[in-house]
Design a protein around this ligand. Structure first.
Ligand code: DC
Length: 232
C-alpha cells in the first residue's frame, strides 16, 4: 500500500495551529489529529479517576487504556472529543486542564503510551497532525513539516480574546506570563521538547490573517506533496 501522506504542524499554543490544521484537513479531505487534545483528555481522565498529575505509573496506564474518541462534526469544524461516552470538548479547554496537560505531557512514560494511538490516525487518504512533536517524534518521516509560531504577546492576546468570549476573566498580563512559563517548560523538557524539526518550514503568523497563513501553508504542502494532495 502506498504510504499515507502526513502533514505535521507543530508549534507553541496560540500560534493558530488548530485553526490552520483543521482548515487544511477539510480542504484536502484528510483526517485530522489534535494531539494536544489527547494530553488534555488524559489530564481530565486523571481527575475523574482521582489519579494525581504526578503519578506517572497510573497516568501511563490511563493513557494507554482510556476510552477516547474524536467524533467528526461539519467539515472545518473541530470534532467533538468524547471521553468514556461523555462529550468533553469544552471542559478540556479550560486553563486548569491546559495546565494539567502540560504537566502530564512532561513524562516520557505518558508520551510513549500515547504514541501508538497517535500513529493510528494516519489513514488514507492522508493526515494533518497538529501538536508539538508531530514532525520530530510521532511522524518523523512526514513528507510535510511546518512549524507555526507567533510572538508570545500575540499568542497571549489571542488566548485572552478566546477566554473573554467564553466568559472566563483572566488578566492579559497574567496570561502573557503563563504563555512564557508554558513555552519554557515545553521547550526545555527532557522528552520531545518543542523545537522545529530540522526539515520543517517555519511560518510566523504574527500580525497575519488566518487566510494569509493558510495560503502560505498550502504553498508548502503543494511544493512537498505535489499531486498527492489535490484539493477536493
Ligand atoms: O495544544 P494544546 O494547548 O491543546 O496542548 C496542551 C498541552 O499538551 C501543552 O502544554 C503541550 C502538550 N502537548 C505535547 O506535549 N505534545 C503534543 N504533541 C501536543 C500537546
Amino acid at each position: 500500500m502506498a504510504e499515507v501522506p502526513v502533514i505535521a504542524i507543530d508549534g507553541p499554543s496560540g500560534a493558530g495551529k488548530g485553526t490552520i490544521a483543521q482548515k487544511l484537513a477539510a480542504r484536502l479531505g484528510f483526517h485530522y489529529l489534535d494531539s494536544g487534545a489527547l494530553y488534555r483528555v488524559l489530564a481530565l481522565a486523571a481527575r475523574h479517576h482521582r489519579v494525581d498529575w504526578d503519578n506517572v505509573e497510573d497516568l501511563a496506564v490511563l493513557a494507554e487504556h482510556m476510552d477516547v474518541a474524536f467524533r467528526p462534526k461539519g467539515a472545518g469544524e473541530p470534532p467533538d472529543v468524547v471521553l468514556e461516552g461523555e462529550v468533553v470538548t469544552e471542559p478540556i479547554r479550560s486553563e486548569e486542564i491546559g495546565h494539567g496537560a502540560s504537566r502530564v505531557a512532561a513524562y516520557p512514560e505518558v508520551r510513549r503510551a500515547l504514541l501508538a494511538r497517535q500513529r493510528a490516525f494516519a489513514r488514507p487518504p492522508g493526515l494533518v497532525a497538529d501538536g508539538r512533536d508531530m514532525g520530530t517524534v510521532v511522524f518523523p518521516d512526514a513528507p510535510v513539516k511546518i512549524y507555526l509560531t507567533a510572538s508570545p504577546e500575540e499568542r497571549a492576546r489571542r488566548r485572552h480574546k478566546q477566554l473573554m468570549e467564553k466568559g472566563e476573566s483572566v488578566s492579559l498580563a497574567d496570561l502573557a506570563e503563563r504563555v512564557r512559563e508554558r513555552d519554557a517548560r515545553d521547550a526545555t523538557r527532557a522528552v520531545a521538547p518543542l523545537v522545529p524539526a530540522p526539515d520543517a518550514v517555519v511560518i510566523d503568523s504574527t500580525g497575519k490573517a488566518i487566510d494569509a497563513v493558510l495560503k502560505e501553508v498550502e504553498e508548502v504542502v503543494a511544493a512537498r506533496l505535489g499531486g498527492r494532495a489535490a484539493r477536493r
